[in-house]
Design a protein around this ligand. Sequence first.
Ligand SMILES: [Zn+2]
Length: 429
Amino acid sequence: MAATDGEPLQKWKYLQNILSRRGPFTDPDWEPGMTSLETLADMKILVIGAGGLGCEILKNLALSGFKDIHVIDMDTIDVSNLNRQFLFRQADVGKPKAEVAARFVEKRVKGVQITPYCGKIQDKDEGYYMQFGMVICGLDSIEARRWINAMLVGMVDGDNPDSLKPLIDGGTEGFKGQARVVLPTMTSCIECQLDMHAPRAAVPLCTLATIPRQPQHCIEWAHIIAWEEERKEDTLDTDDPEHITWLYNKALNRAKEFNIPGVTYSMTQGVVKNIIPAIASTNAIVAASCCNEAFKVATSTAPPLGMPEESNYMMYTGDDSVYTYTFEHQKKDDCPVCGNLARKLDVNAKSTLEEFLESLAERPEAQLKKPSIRSEAKTLYYQFPQSIEEQTRPNLKKRLEELVEDGEEVVVTDPAFQLPFKFKLAFRQ
Ligand SMILES: [Zn+2]
């Protein structure tokens, strides 16, 4: 690679050292030499997200010898990103992240081509994802991770080894983070591991509207319902102190009404802006780990995370001194994406269908916000189309025991996911 396009070899010397000799853990079949450098340069790699993790990932890949990098991000640059998303400057505020990040890295690392796409991952189809050798995610959305995971698992065709695209996923929250590698259909997937990432206060709308239980519910009520009713003509600006003060006072009054203590101005800010505390150095650690795995997967110089029956999940925590743990997360037979059995859910037979559907948003193993449900025999509740919604709405008030048998399988669908989820409802004694 380095020699063919006239680059000074010196620049890639450290890479050549790794690629031209065998390490203590290198696979015996691996041949040292220039082939690996070329493989790296020729591999088309997709980065999803150009934020805190994405900036780090793009920079690391470019400096690791990857030359054909694509990046997807739907966001534009906000002034609050500048403290850690180091590829962006003041003058870039308002511009698309993918575009600016791509141009910055291309300018700094000569010979690298970065193709940005400013939009949603859902805009692209199987044909698009099929062109890549590998996908790396640096996202803060579980929904987007689940979507790309389901897409990559669905693409695997047993007769075509090229259809298997390793998925490397990084995530951080404050001082904690993780890096994991998924070999779709072969090893535990993102959906198998969903319960490792409990939802952050996914509160059903009707809880907000009727019986709030926590201060956050009152704030969400002010944010989603009160604002819409009373200030519809104003676009909510979460950086405008007047807007936050208004929401804070609304939430405070509602909290008083329901005897809920704890609503504060800063909590209002946090809930409304959905702030996930981001720490630049945690992003750097996790991104570095993801890119090391990408390098090993691409070159086979050393065993990567994620090979079948090996560790596939590295967790990092820095909030109490420092600790990392690497383990094998097992594939689940009842995974709705890569397994084939229905997942067992313990339910209360006396609870209503409505309560059950609301609980799906909060259950760590489901996390579905707009579920429609049918049993083997009949449609129980569909959110769409409107005519069926109206027809099935009376079922919402019925108890589960009136609608299904103990142990019966139900199929739940949600507009955010292409795949149906099979659950086996077990009545709690
Ligand atoms: Zn799975």
